[in-house]
Design a protein around this ligand. Structure first.
Ligand code: GLC
Length: 556
């Protein structure tokens, strides 16, 4: 494992450039818009920013379809704008983590254009092509966004694989030239002085020999043949040696379908520093999978976190996150975004910032932004949502959009992508123009300006907890221990370092709860509470109100 570990102490803030702040009135957030808001980011107290892709792209998947890795998409600005953002972040002691999409490119990338037009040329083997009849895809693998993962290309007269959108052909990592190109690209960015990469769907690089059919009943058909595939460790080891060895940049692998056992091979002594697993964000999948909503309960959530907290101890380091640009808003999902919006958002903040691992906070989470409303399919912008709904309609699984609308409004990635709510002015102060996706209707009530004026506020709670984490080593490296694993209402755990201990007590429910937490000794003193007025002393029973969260400090 890398000796330099600034990233274990860091809190990371993810910015989705398209939706953060628009500086030029075209309705699309941009890099100068981000630079203009760095004071806000600095005041949050975060140590690093993870920027979703800003590379040249036709934007079929909002930049996760890269057509040129070494230039900036014009709606986001210029390379000078980027350089300035990097300098200004560094001036404020904030690091910058870029998003690297290495599993696929845009179909408009020059490599793909040449691959399809010159099968025998230099780029002919850059993608995963298969010959065959145009009526019969080479296997039954599915795209993550619905439908077959194969597209027949008339120009080349062959099929190409796309695990995501049809405009995102998968690169052929078996080809050493592909690996070399991508490693060079990553080094090119490192030479600019960036501080790390979030590696998009990085455990999907290696596809099984012969591309066999997948289990047709699987939630993502074919995934057993491409998630954590046969050569993935060879590829990531080579990436580590060619790009990361000897540096202190951080590498975070986004990994669909990841379990703890596989995760432990990627981090620790493995090729990466951190991984993003998704088990905790699949608890509310229904019987039909992601586009179906099932109930989640606290005991399951605690069990997943507990598995990873204990499982990583001594092996590697966890990431902590409830949100990102692909997930709905956590307060709408795991809290109550109406009656208890403040209480439940701060309860979630408490979990995010006091479990063991590196917290990743997504723009808007810190002001309790909520899920959007998408009355018509046309209101949705996300390629995944639109395509999946289209597929369900075509297959006759649903009769009309209305039938799936509640699921879209619960699950769609667009929930995370509505414009950041800065203030109560038109379009929430995000843009002077027409935003590319509608602002959430609740913006007059939920915005930074309002949060600054309120006390207590979700924003100030985040700031306080981030600052506390920054000065209290116990919250970074303290050993974690869970209490009451089977209690459906209470989340109680301790973090212990030497003889210093923090006890975290959270009532994750809408009901009052009286508790005499075993973990709390008589010398426990209150450190933090999301309710202003905590009456009962630790020696007696605690009377916890809905979503009440408290941190006590004690010696042991
Ligand atoms: C990752 C990204 C997501 C994107 C997909 C394909 O999951 O987070 O936004 O659509 O990869 O690049």
């Amino acid at each position: 494992m890398d000796e330099h570990t600034w990233w274990k102490e860091a809190v990371v803030y993810q910015i989705y450039p398209r939706s953060f702040n628009d500086s030029d009135g075209d309705g699309i957030g941009d890099i100068p818009g981000i630079t203009a808001k760095l004071e806000y980011v600095e005041e949050l107290g975060v140590d690093a920013v993870w920027l979703s892709p800003v590379y040249e792209s036709p934007q079929h998947d909002n930049g996760y379809d890269v057509s040129d890795y070494r230039s900036i998409h014009s709606a986001f600005g210029t390379m000078e704008d980027f350089d300035r953002l990097l300098t200004e972040l560094h001036d404020r002691d904030i690091r910058l983590i870029m998003d690297m999409v290495a599993n696929h490119t845009s179909s408009e990338h020059e490599w793909f254009q040449r691959s399809r037009s010159e099968p025998d040329g230099e780029y002919g083997d850059y993608y995963i092509w298969r010959e065959g009849s145009p009526d019969e895809p080479p296997n039954n693998w599915e795209s993550a966004f619905g439908g077959s993962a194969w597209e027949y290309d008339d120009e080349r007269g062959a099929w190409y694989l796309h695990l995501f959108d049809v405009h995102q052909p998968d690169l052929n990592w078996r080809n050493p030239a592909v690996r070399r190109e991508l490693f060079e690209t990553m080094n090119w960015w490192l030479d600019k002085g960036i501080d790390g990469f979030r590696l998009d769907v990085i455990n999907l690089l290696s596809k099984a020999e012969g591309l066999p059919d997948g289990d047709p009943d699987s939630e993502w058909v074919g995934s057993e043949h491409f998630a954590d595939g046969p050569r993935i460790h060879e590829y990531l080891g080579a990436m580590h040696d060619a790009v990361f060895a000897g540096t202190d940049v951080v590498t975070i692998g986004e990994m669909p379908k990841l379990d703890l056992e596989s995760a432990r091979r990627y981090v620790g002594d493995g090729p990466l520093d951190l991984v993003f697993p998704f088990e905790h964000l699949e608890l509310d999948f229904g019987a039909a999978g992601r586009w179906d909503v099932g109930p989640w309960d606290l005991t399951d959530l605690k069990a997943v976190f507990d598995t990873w907290q204990r499982g990583m101890e001594g092996h590697g380091w966890n990431t902590l996150f409830f949100e990102n640009h692909d997930q709905p808003r956590s307060v709408s999902r795991f809290g109550n975004d109406e009656e208890y919006r403040y209480e439940s958002a701060t309860a979630l903040a408490t979990i995010l910032l006091t479990l063991k691992g590196t917290p990743f906070l997504y723009q808007g989470e810190e002001i309790g932004m909520t899920n959007g409303s998408f009355e018509r399919l046309d209101d949705a912008r996300d390629v995944d949502t639109r395509r999946t709904v289209q597929e369900l309609l075509e297959a006759g699984v649903i009769e009309d959009y209305e039938a799936i609308r509640p699921v879209v409004e619960y699950r769609s990635r667009d929930n995370a992508r509505t414009p950041f709510q800065w203030d109560g002015s038109p379009h929430a102060g995000f843009t002077d123009g027409e935003p590319w996706i509608a602002v959430n209707d609740d913006y007059p009530e939920i915005n930074v300006e309002r949060e600054e004026a309120r006390s207590p506020s979700i924003l100030s709670y985040y700031r306080d907890l981030i600052a506390l984490r920054g000065r209290m080593d116990t919250l970074v490296s303290g050993v974690y221990e869970l209490y009451y694993p089977d209690d459906p209402q209470l989340y109680v755990y301790t973090r212990t370092r030497g003889n210093h201990q923090v006890v975290v007590v959270i009532n994750v429910s809408e009901l009052d709860r009286r508790v005499d937490p075993d973990a709390l000794g008589s010398d426990g003193s209150l450190l933090v509470s999301n309710y202003g007025d905590v009456a009962v002393e630790p020696s007696g029973a605690l009377e916890l109100r809905p979503y009440e969260a408290r941190l006590y400090e004690q010696s042991r």
